[in-house]
Design a protein around this ligand. Structure first.
Ligand SMILES: [Zn+2]
Length: 406
């Protein structure tokens, strides 16, 4: 342990205003509240006096929401047509922000939809009455902050009970997904520290942005990751020596984001290796239906019934490595022999089929045809930063470390 204390500490360090010109009059957004209404001065050619913003409810269509907002059929058709070049509003996703703004006459003159976390569609009615669609960056205000805590029970519960955004737990687990098995290895006494962006929109907190630096102490070992985008190196997280954190395999076939919802955090590796007996694998106790993911890119060699492993699958990653997943309740959609899978893709759902006494995932890794312990093999490292990026890398992370305080 080299960090003195892990009391939750937050420090606002830098305040960046990204873009604000067009958004000065939008005073509506909130990630939690469903609807915000506000009125204020307008800067647009057509005065916007009122804007209603909400997150798209499950199963709702643009058509219905637009009608609710008072747009007539012709208006809806015109908005859809103007938006189409940028985004097809017939495919809006639940949970994303959709806003309708009205002008003085009470007519809808502007529609905003958040396409993803960083960009949005804006459709506006021009002076002549024609609608125009464009894509623009969401004008977040970004505040950089440091947060740290000792792990009490699980990462997820610690993050939530510290008043931090739960999405931070997932982002953190993804940075160290190749180093730490967040499904099984995280324990009381571990600790983390992150230096990250907090995104605000129109004064209200919206979401965590990028983590620029992260540190995780797991079982006494310190892991650090720094975000770096060089001119030649791949964008991603690197340790302080410039080694990529991303490796060939994930540490766990049970991905953190699936088990982080609080009540399923009791996952433990229940038995380790029986290298001499018939049992050559690692068993993860987990609830029925927990998704099991492929630890690396590969091709499905086999997906079907095995009298010992029940519903099970084998994934060939390359000439050297193969992994096996057993006792599924069911397979993920599309998983069958010959199909290509990517790292983190769900292969099947935890069950108790075959020789099994309770729900668990049986996991094996084979190297050159022989069983290996995935926790002790040396996994090939990802590409380090290129030599031409080195100078910049050390300068950038030196600065980040200064700001982050680690
Ligand atoms: Zn087993």
């Amino acid at each position: 342990m080299e960090l003195p204390l892990y009391i939750l500490s937050r420090k606002k360090i830098v305040l960046f205003i990204l873009v604000c010109a067009t958004a000065a009059f939008l005073v509506f957004f909130s990630a939690k509240s469903r609807i915000f209404v506000s009125s204020g001065p307008a800067v647009q050619s057509r005065e916007i006096v009122r804007e209603i913003s909400k997150s798209v409810p499950e199963g709702a269509t643009f058509d219905v929401l637009a009608k609710e907002a008072g747009v007539n059929g012709d208006g809806i058709a015109a908005i859809l047509a103007a938006a189409k070049r940028v985004y097809d509003l017939n495919t809006i996703v639940s949970g994303r922000v959709l806003a309708f703004a009205r002008d003085e006459g009470g007519e809808t003159s502007r529609v905003v939809y958040h396409i993803d976390d960083t960009s949005r569609l804006v459709v506006e009615k021009e002076e002549g009455g024609a609608w125009e669609g464009r894509r623009e960056s969401i004008p977040y205000t970004v505040v950089y902050e440091t947060a740290s805590s000792l792990i009490e029970s699980s990462l997820y519960e610690t993050i939530v009970s510290s008043g931090l955004d739960e999405r931070l737990a997932i982002a953190l687990s993804e940075i160290f997904a190749w180093q730490i098995d967040f499904a099984a290895d995280v324990q009381k006494g571990d600790g983390f520290r992150v230096y990250y962006e907090k995104r605000y929109l129109d004064g209200a907190y919206a979401m965590p942005g990028r983590i620029l630096a992260a540190e995780f102490i797991n079982n006494g070992k310190t892991y650090r990751g720094f975000f770096f985008r060089g001119s030649e190196s791949r964008e991603g997280y690197y340790d302080e020596d410039g080694n990529a954190l991303q490796k060939v395999f994930l540490k766990s076939p049970l991905q953190y984001k699936y088990i982080s919802s609080g009540y399923t955090t009791r996952i433990r590796r229940v038995s380790s290796l029986g290298l001499s007996g018939p049992h050559r694998g690692i068993d993860y106790a987990a609830s029925y239906g927990t998704p099991a993911v492929s630890v690396g890119d590969g091709i499905v060699l086999r997906a079907g019934w095995n009298k010992y492993l029940g519903w099970s699958a084998e994934v060939r990653h390359n000439d050297t490595y193969k992994t096996v997943y057993g006792h599924f309740q069911s397979f993920a959609r599309g998983i069958k022999r010959g199909v290509r899978v990517t790292q983190g893709q769900v292969v099947g759902y935890v069950g108790s089929s075959g020789y099994s006494t309770g729900p668990h995932l049986h996991f094996e890794m084979h190297k050159n045809g022989a069983y290996v312990n995935p926790f002790t093999i040396d996994v090939p490292p990802g590409e380090p930063i290129t030599s031409s990026d080195q100078e910049l890398f050390y300068r950038v992370i030196g600065r980040i470390r200064q700001l982050a305080g680690f």
